[in-house]
Design a protein around this ligand. Structure first.
Ligand code: URA
Length: 269
C-alpha cells in the first residue's frame, strides 16, 4: 500500500514536470529490433549496428516532401489539408490535433510562436492556454485581437511533454510555415520567442539580442520582403515578468509599423 502511494506520487510528479506521455520523441520500430529475433546468435548473423541510423528521422527527404506539398498549395485551405496529411514529422503520431492557425488570415499582422502545448493540442488552435491568454492581453494593449491578427507556430504538433522541438522537426515543417506566410501576405510579422526567431531568421544570436529589431524577411512567392520583428515568447514573460518592459517597447514598435503609411511597410529600417 505504501508502495502504491509512492508510485502514484512519482507518477503525479512526472505529470507536473510535463512528462505526461509514456513515449519517446521518435517512433521506434521495436518489431525490427535484432533483440527480438528468436535467436540472433543461432542464425550466425551478427546484428548490424548500422540499423539505428536508418531509423532516425529522415531529415532531408521529409523537408523535400514538405517543400513539394507546400508549393502545390494554392490557398491556405489547401495548405492546411496538406499539413494535416503530411507524415514527415513524427510529432504528428503522438499529437491529438494538427494545430494549423487561428485568427484572421486577411489580417495585416501575423504572429508565429514555437509549438502547441497541451491546451492547444486538445483544442486544435494555437495560443489558447496560459501563454495565449497573456498574448491576447498584450495584443489588446495595442488594439489588436484575433479578428485583426493571424497566429500560427513553427511546429504544427505538440512535442511530447512540451519539450523544445528538435532542429529536424523544425526543418520538416519549415516549408509549410514559409508557404503559410506567402499565402497570408502579412504587412508585419512577429516572431514570438527564440525558437521561431532562429527558425525563420536563421541567425544564431539569442532572442535577447534579436528582439526589438526589424528585419526584411524574404519569403519565396512574395514580391517584397516582410517587415519582421522578434519579441519574447509570452510563456517566457510569464516566468520572467521583469522582461515585460522590453516586450511593451516591442509592442509599441509593432503598432507604429502597422499605423505607418503603406509605402513605409515595404522598406523597414
Ligand atoms: N506556445 C506556443 O509557442 N504556441 C502555442 O500555440 C502555445 C504555446
Amino acid at each position: 500500500m505504501a508502495d502504491a502511494r509512492a508510485w502514484t506520487g512519482l507518477l503525479r510528479w512526472y505529470v507536473e514536470m510535463g512528462a505526461d506521455e509514456a513515449i519517446g520523441a521518435e517512433p521506434v520500430d521495436r518489431l525490427s529490433s535484432p533483440l527480438l529475433r528468436p535467436s540472433a546468435a543461432a542464425s550466425a548473423r551478427p546484428s548490424p549496428p548500422s540499423r539505428l541510423p536508418a531509423r532516425s528521422a529522415p531529415v532531408a527527404p521529409a523537408a523535400g516532401a514538405a517543400r513539394e506539398l507546400a508549393a502545390a498549395a494554392r490557398d491556405l485551405a489547401e495548405l492546411e489539408r496538406a499539413v494535416a496529411g503530411f507524415d514527415g514529422c513524427a510529432l504528428r503520431l503522438t499529437a491529438t490535433n494538427t494545430v494549423f492557425a487561428d485568427g484572421n488570415p486577411e489580417a495585416r499582422l501575423m504572429l508565429i510562436g514555437e509549438a502547441p502545448g497541451a491546451d492547444e493540442d486538445r483544442i486544435g488552435r494555437p495560443f489558447v492556454g496560459r501563454s495565449g491568454q497573456l498574448l491576447d492581453r498584450m495584443l489588446a494593449a495595442i488594439g489588436i485581437d484575433r479578428r485583426t491578427a493571424y497566429i500560427t507556430n513553427v511546429i504544427y504538433w505538440r512535442p511530447p511533454g512540451n519539450r523544445k522541438p528538435t532542429p529536424a522537426e523544425i526543418e520538416s515543417c519549415a516549408p509549410f510555415v514559409r508557404r503559410q506566410i506567402a499565402l497570408a501576405r502579412p504587412s508585419v510579422l512577429v516572431l514570438c520567442g527564440g525558437t521561431a526567431t532562429s527558425a525563420l531568421l536563421g541567425l544564431s544570436d539569442g532572442i535577447t539580442r534579436l528582439r526589438g529589431r526589424w528585419f526584411d524577411l524574404e519569403i519565396p512567392g512574395l514580391e517584397r520582403p516582410v517587415a519582421t520583428i522578434a519579441t519574447y515568447h509570452p510563456s517566457y514573460l510569464l516566468r520572467t515578468p521583469e522582461r515585460k518592459r522590453e516586450a511593451w517597447r516591442d509592442l509599441l514598435a509593432i503598432k507604429a509599423r502597422l499605423d505607418a503609411p503603406p509605402e513605409q511597410e515595404a522598406a523597414p529600417d
